[in-house]
Design a protein around this ligand. Structure first.
Ligand code: AP5
Length: 289
């Protein structure tokens, strides 16, 4: 589609870096990853059990709920490092009840658990490169196919990131209803990365300037990611620009560009409209089937 090709061109021609090929090296060993499970939030789309209220008193279901029951929402979110994917995913998850699956978070969980896959992954993450498919593809696929994601819908954050990963999903006939592409100018991304802090207790994402911690107590326990340095974010950006074009061509029928250099609430307001509209379209299909 013309709009997505324009997006691809705009992204690929970004001037912050001079893109050069970054090939993901093959790992010496492959293997599947043990996924320790993830918490699920499904507040907004959870429905009363059958029989909880009599049919006479039950309110008519909204279009969104009807669609979510028959065919839950499936969302991919992409964008450069620190474009705000994780921040928006928290808000989307809270409102739409979809299962948030972040490839970066899954990899960091492997590192924290000290697994062999985690050790290998860290070497690539340190260099700002993509972790090889042998580690990532099964890890994400296994999570995606778990019952909670199938029942509540899913929100894939930072996956797929390359043509081969997109094709791995295509072969399983896994496609999103919408592919959100956050667009933020490069010069803002570096500032966002170096100022980012994480609360290890709540998982909340902060920024020293844009989203400072609410109290001294929280400030004292904040941590920084090992790849959140200016030097590493430039490598991550280079990897992003080398790969994003192939995603845009794979998902050109469902891509929507979202302006990411406004406030968190403004970005979410736009995303919220888009997701509501996606659900409404799904409801129309369900109703006419
Ligand atoms: P990953 O963890 O996914 O990192 P990333 O893509 O670089 O994205 P980030 O998590 O850095 O940023 P974000 O967009 O979530 O921004 P956030 O909301 O935190 O991946 C890390 C590594 O893992 C990769 O480099 C790679 O090695 C590996 N990997 C991951 N997926 C892989 C895959 N599929 N295949 C192979 N390897 C893979 O926001 C950033 C900051 O900005 C925060 O401080 C936040 O408070 C602030 N902020 C957010 N929104 C706004 C706003 N609107 N205004 C002002 N500040 C804002």
């Amino acid at each position: 589609m013309a709009s997505s090709m324009a997006a691809a061109t705009a992204v690929a021609s970004s001037s912050y870096l001079s893109p050069s090929p970054v090939a993901a090296e093959r790992p010496t060993t492959g293997g599947r990853v043990f996924f320790p499970g993830a918490s699920v939030s499904s507040r907004s789309l959870r429905l009363p059990r059958a029989g909880a209220r009599s049919p006479a008193t039950r309110k008519p279901r909204s279009k969104g709920i009807v669609a979510a029951l028959a065919d839950p929402l499936k969302v991919m979110i992409s964008g450069a490092p620190a474009s705000g994917k994780g921040t928006q995913c928290e808000l989307i998850k809270a409102k739409y009840g979809v299962v948030h699956i972040s490839a970066g978070d899954l990899l960091r969980a492997e590192i924290a658990a000290g697994t062999e896959n985690g050790k290998q992954a860290k070497e690539f993450m340190e260099k700002g490169q993509l972790v090889p498919d042998e580690i990532v593809v099964n890890m994400v696929k296994d999570r995606l196919l778990q019952p909670d994601a199938q029942e509540n819908g899913w929100l894939l954050d930072g996956y797929p990131r390359s043509y081969s990963q997109a094709m791995a999903l295509e072969t399983l006939n896994i496609r999103p209803d919408i592919f959100l592409l956050l667009e933020v100018p490069d010069e803002l991304l570096v500032e966002r990365v170096v100022g980012r802090r994480l609360d290890p207790e709540t998982g909340k994402i902060y920024h020293l300037k844009y989203s400072p911690p609410e109290s001294e107590e929280i400030a004292a326990r904040l941590t920084q990611r090992f790849d959140d340095t200016e030097e590493k974010v430039k490598l991550r950006l280079e990897t992003y620009y080398n790969n994003v074009g192939s995603l845009l061509s794979t998902y050109d029928d469902v891509i929507v560009k979202v302006k990411g250099d406004v406030t968190v609430d403004e970005v979410f307001a736009e995303i919220d409209k888009l997701l509501d509209s996606s659900l409404a379209k799904k409801a129309e299909k369900v109703a006419s089937a």
